[in-house]
Design a protein. Structure first.
Length: 76
């Protein structure tokens, strides 16, 4: 499943306070449009390196914004 090919499941009006990084905002919004996505799907859909994604996802997870769901991530 490609992040770019997934139908949005909800409309996101605002990124939560505390998410300052443009990359973190991009990852948050990508996850907000899907139920869940793997790092591979996010990397392909967003054109980001996996290493950068792991860093962003780790930060967002530490803030309680996203959570690991098996081999994928979703909004908390």
């Amino acid at each position: 499943m490609s992040v770019a090919a997934v139908e949005p499941r909800r409309t996101v009006r605002e990124v939560p306070d505390g998410i300052e990084s443009p990359r973190a905002k991009l990852v948050y919004l990508a996850l907000a449009t899907t139920d869940r996505a793997t790092v591979d799907e996010l990397a392909e859909g967003l054109g980001m390196r996996k290493l950068a994604l792991f860093s962003v996802l780790g930060t967002l997870d530490g803030r309680g914004v996203v959570e690991a769901d098996g081999g994928a991530y979703r909004l908390a």
